[in-house]
Design a protein around this ligand. Structure first.
Ligand code: GAP
Length: 548
């Protein structure tokens, strides 16, 4: 990967141009943080998710799969804590428009001076005049800092003109500041649910809401809101914010139908939805994304060893498709970082252009989820091991609530990781011997959308016919192939370098005489002559060698 801060811009542009990722609804101006996976993106995403499924389900006897509804019973989210936990009060800074969680904002002490810290002098000038216009005070500008405010009571700040001991204006503020700029000029707190809410049933709640509002015109805003909330709640359903919960809810059905013995796992991949406060870094954090999660049910007390097992297994898996395995690592969560259900957790991280950040979480979720669902549903979610002694009674046969280790990966985030990992710029000579930049996506052959491209040198003299019959052979063998006869051969090589096609087969005038084609390797650009008859076999062997 080139050491280039603009790498993301380059990848975003290539992804659009070459059919990997498009902005959703682009012709209507686009929908913020929603993306469509184009003809090549869908192949890459599927290849990645199929590899995950193969390694988690098909190559193991102790894990089986699940494909659950995206919309589940609302009580699932009550039991899991998502309905409560996902309601974070949010606040907007009236000057910078920064939106943040009120419960995480910094709290100044009475007597503290407030320095509004901007990113540069230009922004300081801009915010100074915005504050003057809106609040009629002229803060003192020192470089990128705006000064003159002081906390005089828990929820009051005052403005002191330069060199004056007494204040001229007093403002109410909520007792905290915006985290980035230190601004006390904030909106009211707004309840913001990270889960997407919808209604089930064909009767529209709008009619009931209209009647309710019409009949209760005298109620204050908060009471009215609570009343409407009650009407909506009866038919409210949620788009799942994680795939995990279905595996807890279907624990018994999966275990009994497959006669699974602990330790065993249930795996699921698919869409999840979160009304993220901040969507960032392209598809890294979006509102609609895909996850690949597995819940591994274990005996209580064995969680430490299984956590390490899955941490290492998952890290190795990500590294196995990478050109730079050293860019992946893991990081243990600090105690105060742990989610409410976890007794330990590792993040598998990748070195993105903006630094190390999360790719997958491997959490030790204790027996929290099964116990919560048992409590809320009234169904016993436990496991009976006839061969084990009950540690409390000392008798054979032990019934317990299993503990859970959860490797939870982002498939769309993984796709971004491999686009970054694959992106290479190389200096090569063009046909005239001049230096030119070759962009090549060194995608692992297992992930590459096309495995081979068939390129007749010209569109006549029987070359397309040879090409088409080769395409048929590859398709018969289940190898994703692309026939391409547009533009000069050099341009076609570049096109396939940019989409990561590992091999190109070129048919030229000689092919009719010697029954051979030229195979070109994407990474080394080396070319060799091979018999047409053996082309499929040779590509197959090369692909399986690179897969090892
Ligand atoms: N069941 C546990 C769980 O969902 P998480 O850390 O919130 O844990 C797991 O999500 C993985 O899903 C993350 O490591 C990340 O790869 C991916 N992910 C989470 N939120 C995402 C988002 N808004 N956009 C893209 N990927 C996301």
């Amino acid at each position: 990967m080139p050491d280039d801060k603009k790498i993301m811009d380059k990848i975003i542009s290539l992804a659009k141009q070459r059919g990997f990722i498009f902005q959703s609804s682009e012709i209507y101006g686009g929908l913020k943080s929603a993306y469509d996976y184009g003809p090549l993106g869908v192949e890459l995403k599927r290849n990645l998710m199929n590899e995950w499924w193969r390694s988690m389900v098909h190559e193991r006897e102790d894990i089986s799969g699940l494909d659950a509804s995206i919309i589940m019973h609302p009580k699932v989210w009550e039991a899991s804590g998502h309905l409560a936990g996902f309601s974070d009060p949010l606040v907007d800074c009236l000057i910078s428009k920064e939106r943040f969680r009120a419960d995480k904002a910094p709290i100044p002490k009475v007597g503290d001076e407030i320095n509004i810290t901007c990113t540069d002098k230009g922004q300081a000038k801009e915010y100074q005049s915005a504050i003057e216009k809106r609040f009629n005070i002229l803060l003192k500008r020192e470089g990128k800092t705006l000064k003159g405010l002081k906390v005089i009571e828990e929820r009051k700040v005052a403005f002191f003109e330069e060199n004056k001991q007494t204040h001229s204006n007093i403002f109410d503020f909520p007792g905290y500041l915006s985290p980035t700029f230190n601004s006390p000029f904030l909106s009211d707190e707004k309840q913001f649910n990270l889960m997407f809410r919808s209604q089930i049933g064909s009767v529209d709640a709008l009619g009931d809401i209209a009647n309710y509002v019409n009949n209760n015109k005298d109620l204050d805003k908060d009471t009215l809101k609570k009343g409407i909330e009650k009407i909506v709640k009866d038919s409210a359903v949620y788009l799942r914010p994680e795939t995990a919960q279905a595996m807890f809810v279907q624990f018994l059905n999966c275990q009994q139908s497959m006669s699974m013995k602990i330790p065993f796992g249930i795996a699921q991949m698919g869409k999840s939805f979160r009304n993220e406060i901040t969507t960032e870094h392209y598809i890294f954090r979006s509102c609609e994304f895909e996850q690949m999660e597995m819940e591994f049910f274990i005996e209580p007390g064995t969680q430490k060893e299984w956590l390490k097992y899955w941490r290492d297994k998952r890290l190795n898996w990500w590294q196995s498709f990478s050109n730079y395995p050293e860019n992946f690592n893991y990081r243990a969560h600090e105690k105060d970082e742990l989610a409410h259900y976890a007794d330990a957790c590792y993040d598998i991280e990748y070195k993105y252009p903006w630094g190390y950040d999360e790719l997958e979480g491997v959490a030790s979720r204790t027996d929290y989820d099964l116990k919560k669902h048992a409590e809320h549903s009234g169904t016993k979610l436990s496991y009976f091991d006839q061969q084990k002694e009950d540690p409390e009674t000392g008798k054979m046969g032990w019934r317990y609530t299993p503990y859970v280790i959860e490797p939870a990966a982002g498939a769309t985030r993984g796709l971004l990781v491999y686009l970054i990992d694959a992106y290479h710029e190389e200096t090569v000579k063009d046909a005239k011997g001049n230096d030119t930049t070759r962009v090549v996506m060194k995608l692992h052959p297992k992930l590459a959308p096309f495995k081979v491209a068939i390129l007749p040198l010209i569109k006549k003299d029987g070359l397309p016919e040879i090409g088409r019959s080769l395409v048929k052979e590859f398709l018969k063998n289940g190898i994703n192939v692309r026939y391409d006869e547009q533009h000069a051969i050099g341009k076609r090589y570049r096109r396939h370098d940019e989409v990561g096609t590992p091999y190109c087969l070129t048919i030229d005038g000689e092919s009719k005489i010697d029954n051979c084609v030229t195979i070109r390797d994407r990474d080394t650009m080396k070319q060799e002559r091979i018999p047409i008859k053996k082309a499929v076999e040779i590509v197959k062997t090369k692909l399986s060698n690179s897969n090892n």
